[in-house]
Design a protein around this ligand. Sequence first.
Ligand code: GN1
Ligand code: MG
Length: 362
Amino acid sequence: MEELKRIVEKFVSGNGIHVAPLGAGHINDSYKALVDGREFVLQRINHAIFRNVPELQNNILRVTSHIKSKLLEKGVKDIERRVLNLIPAKDGKYYFRDENGNYWRLMDFVQNSKSFESISPELAEKTGEAFGEFQSMLADMPGGPLYEIIPDFHNMESRLATFRESVKNNLAGRLPEVQELVNEIEKRAEEMCVPEKLHREGKLPKRTNHCDTKVNNVLFDSAGKEVLCVVDLDTVMPGYVLSDFGDFMRTGANNGKEDDTELDRVSVNLPIFEAYTKGYLRTAKGFLTDTEIENLAFGAKLLTYMQTVRFLTDYLDGDIYYKIKSPKHNLERSLAQFKLLQSMEENFSRMQKMVNELKAVN
Ligand code: GN1
Ligand code: MG
């Protein structure tokens, strides 16, 4: 803890500094720091995943500065709870690199806030509104596209290329066991690469995406009623809006769990799908093109398919990317995602109809 205090002092000075562990993120290590009564979040950035920390921090700075200016324009009062506030180190950089090569950052702690781990239609609608508002505020951010912090993160063509390499190499010797699922993936490959094709034809733009649109990445006031802000900005980068929309549906609109072994429990939750779509279109409709709206429901299938492919790739590689809790965890995850995909395929015309109807009434 003495060491952590010294790191805090690279950013701010104070007489009384206290540091304690905070939360249980899977990627970065977080601490709460108290400096003369002001609360901060101190984080050690996982630079094995986020390899270019200066660019990472620059992305977050650009995004939060732009949102701040939008909020000021609108006359929003408690700005310090409506957007994350990065604190520069004393040398002016928005990170500090210690003598062991670890990277650190400091930001204000958002007061009187909470996040949710489970979902309801009411919550889904508010979350949809929040992510729609987030994208909408960033639609006119100056300075060109953000740095692609994880290259080709949601690019299906590139994910399939990696997958096919893993099938070919069969490093863990698991191919015979999963051949049927490999065939199912290949059957859908062409359809799932359509967005990349549309983009090359100039029909589908890249915008600023959040790329981790889970309900627990939205902060609410302590009563849990009103949205304060969107957090976890590490993966903000250029992408298709269908991708952020789809990743929420993959994580939020599932009656089962991401790694459910009871596949009967896994299916698309249509009330959640509808509620999120309603909230999202309310705030995002103004800047979306017809092609983007037409492809939202498809985005739910695509991100679920992509995650099926990513988990199976890792299973074929011998579990090197995702942390696993049992030897077949990645296979179980992949099968559960595939089941969700099949349910979305069965319900696709209903999902598409909901998007069209909500687009008309919003
Ligand atoms: C990883 O760690 P978490 O849950 O925030 C992954 C996502 C996957 C998700 C699947 C940087 O996110 O892309 O969808 O696992 N993040 C990264 O559970 O690869
Ligand atoms: Mg995350």
